[in-house]
Design a protein. Structure first.
Length: 305
């Protein structure tokens, strides 16, 4: 396993952290009430015994890259992620809060940090809805923070042959096997560019709930599969075949090489004009006037194998 994160900046520079802001996560609610108990769970072995980091059949080898929107780089952007041996997640703070002088990145980072905390200390080896439960627990822990965020979390369950995912909003994930996409999540939007979201503080009462509104996925996975998870800054700017191409170009390199390549390419495409992006094409399909172009945004990508 490798745990890699990124330093703040406008280029994808790899650093060392399991959290996606390049430093200790902020606003983790350390209240001991309702705190999950137990040791880190690593599923079960082939003979049904409790697994360990060493005996679990499959665990993630993962890395991430982040490139904040240039106008948000001074505060690290509004995205967040976490990497755990058996789980990965990405959150995208909803930028509209900036008009109210609220940094939604604080909510997003707290959400991911608490999701990681739940996964680390809960017994969930055969739970096929663990991703939604983890997000729900984390959401309650940050309910005092004003802001909102989309979120996607995936967890390897059992012996690591199943991938359980919960998605709330327009961050996305694809799964690739032998160079072809075999699984994809679908963005959740109430209308174009208005994603489902988890909120806290003044947004708590009208917030979506992961266990009620989150889209669930359970995929069979095997050794050699590649998971690419990202905020909408990735999937609004890169078509699936472009992501797969970058992965193919990175064959032989590490997950960090692949994540960095995808992030840099998404950043490049986000600033291009005259060429269609998934976002501009979708805008026109929805009846909006939008010339072919990219969409500048925070970019976060996690590559896991």
């Amino acid at each position: 396993m490798i745990f890699t994160g990124v330093t703040i900046g406008t280029t994808a520079v790899m650093g060392v952290s399991i959290f996606g802001w390049g430093s200790k996560p902020e606003d983790v609610n350390n209240n001991n009430n309702n705190q999950p108990s137990g040791e880190t769970n690593f599923g079960t072995t082939r003979d049904g015994q409790p697994g360990t980091k060493e005996t679990s059949l499959f665990t993630f080898r993962a890395a991430a890259a982040m490139i904040p929107h240039p106008e948000k780089a001074h505060r690290g952007g509004e995205d967040a992620y976490f990497i755990h041996p058996l789980s990965i997640g990405v959150a995208d703070g909803v930028g509209g809060w900036a008009k109210k002088k609220v940094d939604p990145g604080i909510f997003a980072r707290g959400l991911m940090a608490n999701t990681n905390l739940f996964i680390t200390h809960s017994d969930w080896s055969e739970n096929d809805d663990i991703a939604a439960e983890a997000l729900d627990w984390a959401h309650q822990k940050v309910n005092y923070i004003t802001g909102s965020s989309t979120a996607i979390v995936s967890v390897l369950t059992g012996t690591g042959k199943k991938l359980n995912t919960c998605n709330v909003g327009d961050s996305r994930m694809i799964a690739i096997r032998n160079g072809k996409v075999f699984g994809r999540t679908v963005e959740q939007q109430r209308r174009f560019n208005a994603p489902f979201q988890l909120g806290g503080g003044s947004a708590w009462d009208r917030s979506d709930r992961s266990k009620k509104h989150g889209a669930r996925y359970n995929w069979d996975v095997q050794e050699g599969d590649v998971i690419v998870m990202g905020s909408d800054g990735v999937f609004d700017n890169l078509f699936e075949d472009e992501i797969v191409y970058e992965l193919n170009q990175s064959i032989g390199g590490s997950e960090s090489v692949a994540a960095t390549a995808i992030a840099k390419y998404a950043f490049q495409k986000s600033n291009e004009t005259g060429k269609d992006s998934p976002f501009s094409a979708a805008a026109r399909r929805e009846g909006h006037q939008h010339s072919p172009s990219g969409k500048p945004d925070d970019i976060t990508v996690v590559v896991a194998t």
